[in-house]
Design a protein around this ligand. Sequence first.
Ligand code: GDP
Ligand code: MG
Length: 162
Amino acid sequence: PAPVLAIIGRPNVGKSTLVNRILGRREAVVEDVPGVTRDRVMYPAEWNGKRFTLVDTGGWEHDAKGIHASVAAQAEVAVEFSDAVLFVVDTTVGATSTDELVMKMLRKAKKPVILVANKVDDFVQEAEAAALWGLGFGEPWPVSAVHGRGVADLLDHAMKVL
Ligand code: GDP
Ligand code: MG
């Protein structure tokens, strides 16, 4: 079977937009309101002749434990069934307490993690992206899922890891 690349991160960081960018079509639901993606959604994808399965996450109904636990819990399930992970952070916001929770889980999971610094729409944001080195997941890959900036480089790298 094709290797699985999971896209995880908080609501609204641009996971579904990145999925659509990678697929080259608008298939994943993008919303300004957090929490629209249903469960995990799997898409067959291909880059440079290599096939893989892309998994979008997000939008589980959050229970009494709240959005933090919900994001971390669904990310954990996706990570368990993946071969590598794209961990998406909103560069314009930086790492939040929810991100911290997800990162804690990722450190335990021992799967390859690629840190995606999304919403780097222009070079001004590049400096903010570089600051994400401090999160301890290696090189942050600056991308703009909306404009496509940096996505080819990200995928070239991801195919080496997958
Ligand atoms: P998800 O909840 O992580 O799946 O996030 P979505 O893909 O639904 O996107 C949430 C919002 O962020 C939408 O309004 C997107 O248009 C916006 N967004 C996503 N990627 C980018 C980006 O690279 N730059 C900017 N400026 N906005 C983005
Ligand atoms: Mg989504």
